[in-house]
Design a protein around this ligand. Sequence first.
Ligand code: ADP
Ligand code: MG
Length: 455
Amino acid sequence: MNELWESTLNDLRTQLSAESFETWLGAVAYDGLVNDGINATHVRLKVPNRFYSEWISSHYLDLIVTSLRAHSQQPELSVRFELDEKLVTSTETKSPTPTPPRPSQRPRPEAPRLTTGLNPKYRFDNFIVGPSNQLAHAASVAAASAPGQRYNPLFLYGGVGLGKTHLVNAVGHRVCADKPDARILYVSAERFTNEFIWALQNHQINEFRDRYRNHCDILLMDDIQFLAGREQTQEEFFHTFNALYHSDRQIVVSSDVYPQQIREMEDRLVSRFQWGMVADIQAPELDTRVAIVKKKAEQEGIPLSDEVAFFLAQMVKSNVRELEGTLLRLAVKAELMKRPIDLEFAKDALRASMPRAETLKTVEDVQRAVCEYFNIRMGDLKSHRRHRSVAHPRMVAMYLCRQRLGTSYTELGDRFGGKDHTTVMSAVRKIGGLIDKEDQDVRGTVEAIERKLGM
Ligand code: ADP
Ligand code: MG
């Protein structure tokens, strides 16, 4: 990025709220210093559409110009906006220049004008599917392949950093690849709100409505919970929804909670959200986290052994964003210290931020906790007795060791009194199967033991 513009952005970052900064300045691209001959110089800034130029001009222009003049030492410097519908949203413009992907990984070319707002990084082909997000993924693929038909609206919900924005964008990319003429609009509920307010204040409401209701085939609305308590925007969205829905346009909405749990959301909107498909995304299981961290490392060109991938996935459970962040910090640290990312290095690096890295649980810890939970003796756990009262705890213990500690089947066989590795495998599969089938008993047991272990 240009130095002058970078310094200006740094000033503005300190002057605006993080949200405003992201929403408005995140969408601006510096496009050069232009001298028009009559010794007047201006900075050309590209924005996605007129809403941005108008809003930024009326709210932040003074700040921008003052800062530009100070940094360039050109007291006459001014700013001109140019519309550029190719621009993507903040996440893309602010991230450091990524290394160019190898040709085979390069996403399919998109019709730029039509993908306003989509983040090119979030596609189906780099989304890892596991039990925690299988339903949401399948519903998103289905909605993207037959937009406006069976899965309309599609409502995706799940906690932060679990892949909602990724899936919502992936729908947009897929539709765009299949139907290059489709008009796709990706917008966060916050941006929708801001544009709506701006349009009201500036007598542009007809243009606003026209854009969302008549020039949109696919509406991707991220983080709808932002509309909580914003009655007027909800009303507007309600009518937008109806217009699109009744002309069979696809609507995809994401939220951090289930429709009914969005605070202060009008009932009629909540009920519309449930007309189509509601799919949740849960925190990913260990195997999925391992696959995600490997995928991310591959994308970023970070050399990562299976062992370290497993360790990271084991340590960071709460959400995927955090997992990615941990991996990237580790890679930077390794580069600075000129160290390979081996297990020892990873443990050291994480110890600082995560005290639990020091107290990694062992097979023995798990066995002891399982014995206490079921009130049986260690000898029974390791015995060959097949009575359910000991066979079930044994299977649970094997499952936990495999899933949570990643111990190999062979080693577990040894540690459980000399059993064949296939015995361990079938135990792990059996318990895993019950959990996948939402067996509340087994799931509750496993969770209770994990809590006991502080895992
Ligand atoms: P949310 O919108 O639910 O808060 P995001 O979609 O922004 O979460 O996801 C956070 C990060 O995690 C993104 O970088 C995203 O690419 C990544 N991510 C989440 N789930 C997956 C997954 N299943 N496979 C690959 N990357 C994922
Ligand atoms: Mg999101």
